[in-house]
Write a protein that binds this ligand. Structure first.
Ligand code: ADP
Ligand code: MG
Length: 343
């Protein structure tokens, strides 16, 4: 094949491709490869440019005659770290083709999964440690002391409830994620959702001693949705308002229909849960919907929190093609707005 034809051919390939000779010199590079390594890669020694142990070892093997080789290469383009799969194959007796595939997203997903497993294990380990500690204690002389026994059993019940809550939240997160692409379409009345949620939270609202203001017009249009999941959304938002914002003694629940909103095609229903408690430091706001993210871990745990509530809220809203908007001024409370498309 003509040299120009080869250049045209590799230029049409979307991923970086380099042709190298048997001494390791780069004969040709297509535009994506030039973008990744710079124009000086042409005619240069490839060993000098892919200087990472895995890649070097793989190149040596292939240059010495091995039929093929694969390795992972980490590149940093500006501030962005990218991860590439480098694949080497012999094209003929004089040429080796190196092609690179961007696996950054796969690597990031893998890292996220590892973090998640580590977090879950950590969250389960502490209640388990407490439980096994008390079991051991009760198996000893303390088992015969009725006062100690009933106190320890109380703590054990609390810890096992915490694990049950964590497992329930994990299951609900994975259910929502699994169905995230399927948009729910049953007409749902937000007024009914909110009233059912408040009824279920009655013990908490009574205990928190907050004045609840309810401003939801009964004639708001139904929205396409999943009733149970929307209850879950407002259950967590209202519960959070009671747990973390009850200091203000007031909780406002309101809903309005908005004709338009950036990022939405048509009218939007905005449901606001606003408390007047201590509010949230702005540095935390963008991270609140991350799994297990809590401003004050101990406080969240003491109130039975798992740090998964807002992650579940975010996924449910995204399944509804909506989103969560959080506003807060420290010292003045926080407002969590669920934005849901009306059609
Ligand atoms: N209304 C609120 N006021 C202040 N902080 C809040 C409020 N709602 C949520 N937060 C913060 O966000 C964190 C994450 O909330 P969430 O995901 O529901 O987890 P959990 O309630 O289980 O801790 C909470 O631990 C708390 O620090
Ligand atoms: Mg919560």
């Amino acid at each position: 094949m003509h040299s120009a034809a080869i250049s045209r051919l590799i230029a049409a390939l979307p991923q970086p491709v380099l042709l190298i000779d048997m001494a390791g010199f780069v004969q040709r590079a297509n535009p994506p490869a030039l973008e990744l390594f710079g124009a000086h890669i042409v005619d240069a020694q490839i060993r000098a440019h892919l200087r990472q142990p895995d890649v070097t070892a793989m190149l040596e093997r292939v240059l010495a005659g091995a039929a093929d080789g694969n390795a992972t290469f980490n590149a940093s383009a500006g501030s962005r770290e990218t991860v590439w799969r480098v694949m080497a194959r012999h094209a003929d007796a004089q040429t080796i083709v190196l092609s690179l595939g961007d696996i950054s997203d796969i690597e990031a997903a893998e890292a996220q999964r590892r973090d998640f497993v580590a977090n879950v294990s950590h969250e389960l380990r502490s209640p388990l440690t407490v439980l096994s500690g008390f079991i051991e204690t009760l198996q000893g002389p303390a088992g015969d002391d009725p006062v100690a026994r009933s106190e320890f059993l109380g703590i054990m019940a609390e810890q096992s409830a915490r694990m049950t809550g964590l497992v329930a939240d994990l299951l609900s997160l994975s259910r929502v994620e699994a169905a995230e692409k399927i948009r729910p379409r049953t007409p749902v009345s937000i007024d009914m959702v909110l009233k059912a949620t408040l009824a279920a939270l009655r013990p908490q609202t009574d205990a928190a001693q907050v004045q609840i203001t309810y401003a939801v017009a009964a004639d708001l249009p139904d929205i396409p949705g999943d009733y149970d999941q929307l209850v879950q959304v407002f259950h967590n938002l209202i519960e959070n308002g009671l747990k973390y914002g009850s200091g203000g003694g007031r909780l406002d629940i309101s809903a309005q229909q908005l004709a338009a909103m950036p990022g939405f095609d048509g009218p939007v229903l905005r449901v606001s849960i606003r408390d007047f408690g201590e509010g949230i430091d702005p540095v935390h706001i963008p991270r609140l919907t991350e799994r297990f993210y809590r401003v004050d871990k101990a406080r969240s745990r003491d109130s039975g929190g798992t740090g998964l509530g807002l992650a579940i809220v975010k996924h449910i809203l995204s399944r509804h093609r909506g989103r969560l908007s959080i506003r807060s001024t420290q010292g003045e409370g926080a407002a969590f707005d669920a934005l849901l498309p009306c059609n």
